[in-house]
Design a protein around this ligand. Structure first.
Ligand code: SAM
Ligand code: SF4
Length: 449
């Protein structure tokens, strides 16, 4: 059994903890080894304002201990909006007829990736609908083409569940993280939300991360589409999913995303279980404290000001400048999956991360040096990641400053580099970092620790 749904159901109704109980849970969480499901359930029941403030502070502090100040930035690249599924909330669903569907050709995919590269991105997340005409071979072709023809350093993939052999092929093509969201872990609601197509099969979707691990993906990304069902149930189930992966394969989910339902063309008019900003903040903090090694990804489904709050309480990754329609970066018009809520450029997002006292990062190192899966989980939970994250963020910012930064934002990036360098605690590392910064100035590229 991947998730004990009865247990999650019972725990999702846990009572609010008393002050003493909360203090004991936060004390346990501060060790950075994660929390059992029962403790996560108590945290999700907190509604008292003062207690919530303590929770947010504890999560922000733990995030800094594990990953330093860095906030990783990336962009999604939508390959195809053809889809044979009937997800009630999504603009791409098959029943949405008379809309413009598009599947990028290899040349168009390369052009989109290059458009992102020119903005300064080094990491891209491929996203696609589910349609056998644009299945595994199509996605693998896109991954390979981006590596061969552009300067993108890592390609992650959010694609429909597949069997082990297909996942093996995707991994062999160089895909970094394999990501697929369960949407909701509540079976009856899942049935209602996915009335047709292959995605109807709850268990095939739930088991895909086990298959991905079996296929050699050390890093997988999970998430619940918040707003479909009770957030406490789905957040707890997401944590249970990650614990299952850890117990079975030795590594937690590499990322946990927090997609919240947005308006989509001919999609659900309203979220069946609306989740407030305050509740979403609580979910982020509980993920952070329960699965400290996981990256928590906040997309442009959220507004600029709200994302600024989320990165202070535990979120570690932001998408930026996102278009949710295939061809969107080259100005193409086609059906978008949902409307975004933060339209800022990469440069603007970077500047606001710096204003928040944090360190933007375009780092892609871990995936390329094999710091993945169990090794990543181990390093993150034993306090060994922070120094890599901090130093590598500084190096990527320097490259960005030298190659992409336009007037107006240079000052802010230069300030982040100075502060990032100053905050490197290990003197040996600081010295090595200064040397690498000089090498970048002399024309070398792609340096990392
Ligand atoms: N089609 C594949 C699938 O369903 O697994 C790939 C990813 S789909 C294009 C990306 C994710 O977007 C979905 O898993 C879902 O969580 C999210 N999504 C779909 N409709 C949305 C909406 N209206 N608002 C916010 N997120 C949405
Ligand atoms: Fe298709 Fe994915 Fe949208 Fe569902 S969420 S309709 S599977 S693109």
């Amino acid at each position: 059994m991947i998730i004990d749904e009865v247990k999650v159901g019972l725990l999702s109704k846990a009572p609010e903890p008393g002050a003493g109980e909360l203090a004991a849970i936060l004390e346990e969480a501060s060790k950075g080894k994660g929390l059992p499901l029962e403790a996560a359930a108590s945290l999700l029941a907190v509604s008292d304002e003062a207690m919530l403030t303590g929770l947010f502070a504890a999560a922000g502090k733990l995030k800094e201990r594990v990953f330093g100040k860095r906030i990783v930035l990336f962009a999604p690249l939508y390959l195809s909006n053809h889809c044979t599924n009937g997800c009630t909330y999504c603009g791409f669903r098959a029943q949405n007829r008379d809309v413009s569907r598009r599947a990028l050709t290899i040349e168009e995919t390369i052009a989109e990736a290059k458009a992102l590269e020119q903005m300064g991105f080094k990491r891209v997340l491929l996203v696609t609908g589910e349609d056998p005409r644009w299945g595994l071979d199509y996605i693998v072709g896109a991954v390979k083409a981006i590596y061969n023809k552009t300067g993108m350093r890592i390609v992650h993939v959010n694609a429909p569940p597949m069997d082990v052999d297909a996942l093996r092929e995707l991994k062999a093509a160089g895909a970094g993280v394999y990501q697929a969201f369960q949407e909701t872990y509540h079976r009856p609601t899942y049935g209602l939300m996915h009335p047709s197509g292959r995605k109807k099969d709850f268990d095939y979707r739930l088991s895909v991360m086990d298959r991905a691990m079996e296929a050699g993906f050390g890093d997988v990304g999970i998430g619940a589409l918040l707003g479909l069902f009770d957030y406490r149930f789905d957040a707890l189930a997401s944590i249970a999913h990650s614990i299952h992966l850890f117990e079975t394969f030795g590594s937690h989910a590499h990322t946990i995303s927090i997609p919240r339902l947005r308006p989509a063309e001919a999609g659900l008019k309203e979220a069946p279980w609306k989740i407030t900003d305050g509740e979403l903040k609580k979910v982020v903090t509980v993920y952070r404290l329960s699965v400290p090694s996981a990256g928590i990804v906040a997309s442009t489904r959220e507004s600029a000001s709200f994302r600024s709050e989320l990165i202070k309480i535990g979120a570690t990754q932001l998408s930026a400048a996102s278009k949710t329609n295939p061809g969107g970066y080259k100005g193409g018009q086609s059906l978008e999956q949902f409307s975004t809520n933060d339209h800022r450029s990469l440069q603007e997002v970077m500047a606001s991360v710096v204003d928040d006292g944090l360190l933007p990062s375009l780092c892609t190192t871990c995936y390329r040096v094999g710091r993945t899966g169990q090794d990543f989980t181990d390093k993150a939970t034993t306090g060994q990641m922070e120094k890599f994250c901090q130093a590598n963020a500084v190096l990527t910012l320097k490259e960005y400053l030298l190659d992409y930064c336009v007037n107006g934002s240079k000052e802010s990036v230069a300030k982040a580099i100075d502060e990032g360098l100053r905050e490197v605690k290990d003197e040996g590392l600081k010295k090595a970092l200064i040397e690498k910064l000089k090498e970048l100035e002399a024309g070398k590229r792609d340096l990392f620790f």
